[in-house]
Design a protein. Structure first.
Length: 207
């Protein structure tokens, strides 16, 4: 039997998290273009693989915990979108960051006064549909279509209607999961993000 060895290489990054920073709109758009380039590198870090058979999922278990925190209609919405996801055609799985959100994006000032973006915290990296990797970053696009445009201009294409539908389904599941995590880890900010995502999905403002 041939032994297989895996190596993880870490590089220290300078900078401050994007989370909590107030930036001019033009700088925000440039940052999102950079995030796109880093995300694309993640997605192309290894060949895509076939989607595995769907598993039982954790939604019902999560809903048992999250239910007291949900607004009217949130549970039905999450269940409907979970069912809808199961009807979508399977797509290839690619390497994803797993937790692409402002907390895990560092911005470093460089010599010309611009900001250089970097990604940290690959703890949750795993193969997934590519759009699954956009879910948490999409929270920053609510009410800011210019940031989504900046991201996808560099990514190579706007999401198709089918990809948008999958993104909405994944966003609902991630929101419920995040609400459960926020409840057990006392993270009010994560709770608000999950409720905000469900509210946007319920009012058809999630893009």
């Amino acid at each position: 039997m041939v032994a297989v060895h895996h190596t993880v290489v870490f590089t220290e990054l300078a900078g401050r998290p994007l989370h909590g920073q107030t930036l001019p709109a033009v700088v925000e758009r440039d940052v999102h273009r950079q995030i796109e380039a880093l995300t694309a590198r993640c997605h192309h870090a290894a060949p895509a693989s076939a989607a595995p058979p769907p598993g039982p999922g954790k939604l019902h278990r999560h809903l048992d915990i999250a239910r007291p925190l949900l607004a009217d209609g949130d549970e039905d919405l999450a269940l409907a979108l979970a069912s809808r996801r199961d009807t979508l055609p399977p797509v290839p799985w690619v390497p994803t960051h797993g937790d692409l959100q402002p907390r895990n994006i560092l911005l470093e000032a460089v010599g010309d006064g611009s900001l250089r973006a970097g990604l940290i915290d690959f703890e949750r990296s795993e193969p997934d549909p590519a759009v699954r990797g956009f879910v948490r970053l999409a929270d920053t696009w609510l009410g800011r279509p210019d940031l989504a445009d900046a991201f996808f201009t560099g990514y190579g294409h706007r999401l198709t209607e089918e990809e948008l539908e999958r993104l909405r389904c994944e966003a609902a599941l991630d929101a419920v999961s995040g609400i459960v995590y926020s409840h057990t880890h006392h993270d009010p900010e994560l709770l608000e993000r999950g409720l905000r995502a469900l509210r946007a999905l319920r009012t058809h403002t999630f893009r």
